[in-house]
Ligand binder design. Structure first.
Ligand SMILES: [Zn+2]
Length: 117
């Protein structure tokens, strides 16, 4: 077996594993769309250069509907440990926190001035 460590399956493998009868077509795959009553394979699946999964139903289903029909969510289409895509919520700071932070030094200096007297 391969010795490389892959903690998570690639998104494309996750999607293809849930699609029955996906067959290769050009650069991607074709399968029957799980989001509508599909009799011919009208869902095309491809892997983007960054590893994310591109889904397109030729009958017009939303990508989100297809993903949900597979039991997945939109984030499952994206690689989990890419160079981008991680956004920390702590980077955004509320105005209340800033006000509290600026008030603290004022109170401190008041106390130290009293103490020094
Ligand atoms: Zn569809």
């Amino acid at each position: 077996m391969s010795s490389s460590i892959i903690p998570h399956p690639r998104p494309i493998e996750l999607v293809l594993g849930r699609l029955r009868g996906a067959r290769r077509s050009g650069n991607g795959w074709l399968a029957r769309c799980p989001a509508h009553d599909d009799h011919a394979p009208s869902l095309s699946i491809a892997e983007g250069p960054d590893g994310r999964v591109l889904l397109r139903c030729h009958a017009g289903c939303e990508t989100e509907a297809v993903v949900r029909a597979l039991g997945l969510s939109m984030r499952d289409l994206f690689p989990t440990h890419g160079p981008r895509g991680r956004r920390s919520a702590s980077a955004e700071r509320g105005p209340d926190q800033d006000r509290a932070a600026s008030r603290a030094p004022l109170a401190m200096s008041y106390v130290t001035r009293r103490a020094a007297w």
